[in-house]
Design a protein. Structure first.
Lengths: 112, 109
């Protein structure tokens, strides 16, 4: 158990819908990262937050957005969902921006 | 273009048969190289962090090394429980993270 929690574990929704994935980092970690993992593309870095502020952006679509709240938990919002958005979404946390990341168990999203 | 390439894609070993996994990278301003283990349907589990060429880290049957262009994960006398996908990740300039697609390791008893 890495200490990073993610909810929900599974999510099934329809195309065009909007969902919110939630992540609670390890105690003491200030940085949160979001990743998408699909079968054909491996782990893709989406976005990083540090103490509430965006620090780095990867291949995140405009339909996706994220934020980190004052209590350091983070949410990833996915809107106008498409079939291709079906994937595992992982959250990771670290003490600082250059420290080791610890991953949560992931949220499996299925868009029908 | 920044990228991370892992080889081989898949590796089958007999129990006790040592081997190495490769991670080559082209990333601007390397800030760190990370090795993770991932079991099916689970989140990656941290193994090692390497920061500079020449650095080595060891843990049980695993040893990671780093040069200026690549990293190796050496597995000595593997056991069936070492079967997993091993992921390499690199942190570059601007805090971007790049993951390889992994090496799927199967250790046969």
């Amino acid at each position: 158990d890495s200490g990073v929690t993610q909810t929900p574990k599974h999510l099934i929704t329809a195309t065009g819908q909007r969902v919110t994935l939630r992540c609670s980092p390890r105690s003491g970690d200030l940085s949160v990262y979001w990743y998408q993992q699909s079968l054909d593309q491996g782990l893709q870095f989406l976005i990083q937050y540090y103490n509430g502020e965006e620090r780095a952006k990867g291949n995140i679509l405009e339909r996706f957005s994220a934020q980190q709240f004052p209590d350091l938990h983070s949410e990833l919002n996915l809107s106008s969902l498409e079939l291709g958005d079906s994937a595992l979404y992982f959250c990771a946390s670290s003490v600082d921006v250059q420290e080791t990341q610890y991953f949560g168990p992931g949220t499996r999203l299925l868009v029908l | 273009e920044d990228q991370v390439t892992q080889s081989p894609e898949a590796l089958r070993l007999q129990e006790g048969e040592s081997s190495s996994l490769n991670c080559s990278y082209t990333v601007s301003g390397l800030r760190g190289l990370f090795w993770y283990r991932q079991d099916p349907g689970k989140g990656p589990e941290f193994l090692f962090t390497l920061y500079s060429a020449g650095e080595e880290k060891e843990k049980e049957r695993l040893k990671a090394t780093l040069t200026k262009k690549e990293s190796f994960l050496h597995i000595t006398a593997p056991k069936p429980e070492d079967s997993a996908t091993y992921l390499c990740a690199v942190q570059g300039f601007g805090n971007q993270f790049y993951f390889g697609t992994g090496t799927s390791l199967t250790v046969i008893p």
